[in-house]
Design a protein around this ligand. Structure first.
Ligand code: SF4
Length: 520
């Protein structure tokens, strides 16, 4: 059937005068909808009120305001351009600081991404006044001002403190591992690192003298990458020595990452292992403000507490009155050190006695022969085992906050004992030994304090306060893996993130937007 004829030709049975228009004659479902056409061939001007790109209560305004309230002399100092002279005018550090903080607050830690968003996203456009910022400028700025960034972190703490948001009555300290910018498969032994280094040196030599010619941009970037690779490999060989010492590993076994030589393989919260850094955060309990932030290559937490307390004092002029930590930090050394400094420490004391139930269970000792089944005779200074044999003193070991007294049974007595396999399995040549731990008064007082309900109640608050910024920095700011490499640069990333977190807390708790937006 000819559809054209049926829709546009004469309809049978109708006079010409009674004809209806084709569209009226068509069933409704067959009518073509009428829509506005898109015209992309036009040129047009648009009015844009930059000030109104974002609403008055937008966090970008708060960041701009707070950064404007602190002194940024350290950031301005390297600027050589001065008023009235020729030359390129650099971007205002206040803007670059604000862009990075706003970027981190949105979970963006890439300089390229921030530069891109400055071209279309209202808050970024508002911050830079529609200016186009090169990602190299942003990238260099993030790492070129280590001292000034620390000063800025302290100044922001000062602002928060002046508004009553910081109290050092109680500070919770915790550590969290953040993955390095390196894969697990980037670790190499010394021999392989030397091979790669030799190849990299050959590549660098083949490139010739960098001063002789001005290569094209792509080629220059390639050459820079080759040189950086050589530097990383040289650093990896240097780091190997430290790794050997720290792990007491054989020369052949020690391995360093050729991507980030200063990263270390650390255990993760999910039980796996990955190249990481150990991020240490001190958080005050009243408003969960981060009062100290640091990064370490050591996977152990307890070595960081003394330094963390010192950093809080450096940042705010006073030590915390009380510091709350988990078992990873509660070593006897730390208990003694905190007591010496007049800092009240709250934490769980791990049992370090070699004769503790846990340790004996690990050695396969039956519960019937754990230390608590041996009786101590203080008058004669000896132990009696469940079979009635005596264990006499055999030396002492002095450790911070504790003295370990060792007692040993006669080997010939244990050798013929019917309980030998339950009491000292695997011990073929010596008598059974036990250790009595005599804690210093400070450690005893700490242990007694931790038995009280008041101390237990404080300790129960630890997780909610100390782990909050860790989770925020990872989940909200997206810092689950560092973008930069090396201890110094990842330390700066942590500082940017901690600064962003604190400013977000200030916005949430204290900032009130101006009634009318002002572009000052
Ligand atoms: S093995 Fe030695 S210490 Fe153990 S129950 Fe026998 S005699 Fe006592």
């Amino acid at each position: 059937m000819n559809n054209a004829a049926s829709t546009s030709g004469d309809l049978p049975g109708l006079e010409a005068s009674a004809k209806v228009s084709p569209s009226a004659a068509m069933p409704a479902a067959a009518a073509r909808p009428r829509v506005k056409p898109v015209d992309r061939s036009q040129l047009t001007w648009q009015m844009l009120d930059v000030e109104r790109l974002i609403e008055p209560e937008h966090p970008a305004r708060a960041i701009w305001e707070l950064v404007g309230r602190v002194k940024l002399e350290g950031f301005y100092a390297p600027i050589e351009a001065v008023e009235g002279t020729a030359g390129r005018t650099p971007w205002d550090p206040r803007l670059l600081v604000s862009l990075w903080i706003y970027g981190y607050s949105r979970g963006i830690s890439s300089a390229r991404e921030i530069a891109r968003r400055c071209t279309y996203e209202p808050a970024f456009q508002w911050l830079c006044g529609l200016g186009a910022i090169n990602h190299h400028t942003l990238s260099d700025f993030r790492v070129d001002h280590a001292g000034s960034l620390r000063e800025l972190f302290v100044q922001v703490l000062g602002v928060l403190s002046s508004e009553g948001l910081v109290s050092l009555e109680r500070v919770m300290h915790d550590g969290t591992r953040i993955k390095a910018c390196a894969g697990s498969d980037s670790f190499r032994r010394e021999e392989r690192l030397k091979e790669h280094l030799a190849a990299a040196r050959q590549q660098v030599e083949a490139m010739g003298d960098p001063r002789e010619e001005e290569p094209a941009r792509k080629e220059a970037a390639r050459r820079r990458a080759v040189r950086e690779r050589q530097e990383r490999l040289e650093q990896a060989l240097e780091e190997l020595e430290q790794i050997r010492e720290a792990k007491r590993a054989d020369k052949e076994q020690a391995r360093a990452s050729q991507s980030d030589p200063q990263a270390r393989v650390m255990k993760q919260s999910d039980g796996g292992f990955a190249p990481s850094y150990n991020v240490q955060l001190s958080t005050e309990a009243s408003h969960r403000i981060i009062v100290g932030a640091g990064v370490s290559q050591s996977g152990s937490d307890f070595v960081h507490l003394i330094g963390a307390v010192a950093q809080v004092e450096q940042n705010l002029g006073n030590k915390p009155a009380q510091v709350v930590v988990d078992g990873g930090f509660t070593s006897r050394e730390n208990i003694m050190a905190m007591a010496e400094q007049g800092v009240d420490m709250i934490g769980s004391l791990p049992e370090a006695n070699p004769s503790s139930a846990g340790q004996q269970r690990q050695r396969g000792v039956s519960e019937k022969f754990h230390l608590d089944q041996f009786s101590y005779d203080a008058q004669q200074d000896l132990y009696r085992c469940p079979a009635g044999a005596s264990l006499t003193p055999k030396g002492r070991e002095f450790c911070p906050g504790v003295v370990f007294h060792k007692y040993v049974a006669k080997a010939e007595v244990c050798a013929v004992c019917q309980f030998r396999s339950e009491c000292c399995p695997g011990n073929q040549h010596h008598g059974r030994s036990v250790v009595r731990a005599v804690h210093s008064p400070v450690v005893r007082q700490f242990a007694e304090k931790m038995q009280t309900e008041a101390a237990k109640s404080i300790y129960r608050q630890r997780g909610a306060v100390a782990e909050f910024p860790n989770a925020w920095i990872k989940d909200k700011l997206g810092l689950r893996q560092f973008r930069l490499r090396g201890l110094l640069k990842v330390g700066l990333e942590v500082l940017w993130a901690a600064l962003t977190y604190n400013i977000q807390q200030w916005i949430r708790l204290s900032w009130r937007p101006a009634l009318a937006p002002a572009n000052n």
